[in-house]
Ligand binder design. Structure first.
Ligand code: GLV
Ligand code: MN
Ligand code: MN
Length: 429
């Protein structure tokens, strides 16, 4: 398979053992799960606390000061060589989807940590603070939205979010409190753009491009926009044995027709992806006609106006299905973000780091969402992808090669030093 260590590029002597350590740590974090047989780590849970305590211990040992902000993001600070220096943030998230892989999120946090450990080992400080940030919620598994952690930092967290409830009816405000955070002070988590140099995220690719090109890392150009909706179909419950088929107002059949219509449409639409990943039927009983069904709909495309047009068209289709089936329709947007370009200047430095480290420079877009989307609203962002086996992600089969992780750590190392040089030159002028 082309996934082997097929590029004979030597990585810095420290990077290979650092990558081995990173992967061992990812294995260790993967054991911290809410479900014994699979990796599931929702935000603001005791399991998230356990993971944060472990990562905080590693941060302390690496010479960082560690804190949690009001929403519960974990932040380790490696101080600059001079006072009043700006800050470079490196990070990703520690929450997961249900039955997740080991690397989506933790890889970026552990890479930031490895970068600091290399600086500590060589006794170096940079002309900027290096903060490793582990966002508490990116996937939105618990409250069915996305980027709660990074939106607190970017200042986009809306107080209304605090009333969101999880599947047990616990509000976000109570979950944050139980986690030790302070929901009343989340506005204070916003970082002042004037103090920031940028945000760099290292992430598995979650797609096949790098593997097909036989290249270990790639620089991301832009992150696709997405709309996540909750759509409810309402009909009428009735006896499964007595209501004739022609008289039924079956909400689940309406939802099913819509789901297949979404699939048929997006199959014909280049670069468009749409997914119905959740379905809730009420009363969820085998001998009762379903009265109410709520589904999620996740629509993504690189072009914002196209995505919005398609969402509108799909909702019209749902409305049409409801009219013909005598159902009522209700929908709301639970999350939406436009396509987000990476910062050309910061990405240019990342690209130079890739080349300095001896790898071919490949640019690629991201279909997946990342905390970088929220961070882009307050600071320049760049994103480095690491090849992953078969492009598989959001699945326990997620896999990376140690050589590729070493390559990514090497690139990150070159990146922070290139940035440091640029900053020093800038201040000397
Ligand atoms: C985050 O993983 C996403 O849904 O893209
Ligand atoms: Mn993910
Ligand atoms: Mn992720």
């Amino acid at each position: 398979m082309p996934f082997a260590d097929d590029l004979p590029v030597p990585v810095g002597a420290w990077a290979y053992p650092a990558a081995e350590l990173l992967l061992a740590r990812a294995e260790q974090l993967a054991l911290m799960t809410e479900e014994p047989s699979r990796i599931t780590r929702r935000a603001f849970t005791p399991t998230m606390r356990e993971v944060q305590e472990q990562v905080a211990a590693w941060m302390h040992a690496a010479g960082m000061s560690v804190r949690r902000d009001n929403i519960g993001n974990l932040i380790g600070v490696y101080p600059a060589s001079t006072p009043n220096a700006p800050t470079l943030l490196i990070g990703s998230h520690l929450d997961t989807v249900r039955d997740a892989g080991k690397y989506d999120g933790p890889l970026g946090v552990l890479a930031g940590l490895a970068c600091v450990e290399q600086l500590t080992a060589s006794g170096q400080h940079l002309p900027f603070n290096l903060e490793v940030i582990a966002f508490v919620d990116e996937e939105g598994l618990r409250f069915h939205t996305a980027y709660l952690g990074s939106e607190a930092v970017s200042g986009d967290f809306k107080p209304d979010y605090l009333h969101l409830t999880d599947d047990e009816g616990i509000t976000l405000a109570d979950a944050i409190r139980a986690f030790g955070g302070n929901p009343d002070r989340i506005a204070q988590d916003r970082r002042d753009p004037a103090t920031l140099l940028g945000y760099c995220e290292l992430h598995i690719e979650q797609g096949p491009v790098l593997e097909q090109a036989s290249i270990p890392v790639g620089v991301v150009t832009a992150i696709a926009g997405q709309t996540r909706m909750a759509i409810s179909f309402r009909g009428k419950a009735g006896h499964a044995g007595t209501v004739p088929m022609q008289l039924r107002r079956d909400a689940l059949c309406g939802a099913a027709e819509f789901i297949l219509a979404v699939e048929a449409y997006t199959r014909e639409s280049p670069d468009m992806v749409a997914t119905v990943g959740r379905i809730n039927a009420y009363p969820d009983v085998s001998n009762v006609i379903p009265a109410e069904v709520t589904i999620s709909l996740d629509v993504r495309h690189k072009d914002n106006s196209h995505r919005q047009r398609v969402c509108k068209m799909l909702l019209e289709r749902a409305q049409h299905i409801c009219i013909t089936r005598h159902l009522t329709l209700d929908w709301r947007i639970v999350h939406e973000n436009p396509a987000t370009p990476c910062d050309p200047a910061l990405s240019g430095i990342l690209g130079a780091a890739v080349q300095q480290a001896g790898y071919p420079l490949l640019h690629l877009p991201s279909g997946a969402g990342h905390d970088a989307v929220a961070m882009a609203r307050i600071t320049p962002i760049c994103l480095l992808f690491v090849r992953c086996a078969g492009g598989i992600s959001h699945h326990p089969d997620e896999a990376v090669q140690v050589g590729d992780v070493a390559a990514a750590l090497d690139v990150l190392h070159h990146f922070v030093h290139l940035l440091a040089n640029q900053l020093s030159l800038g201040t000397e002028q």
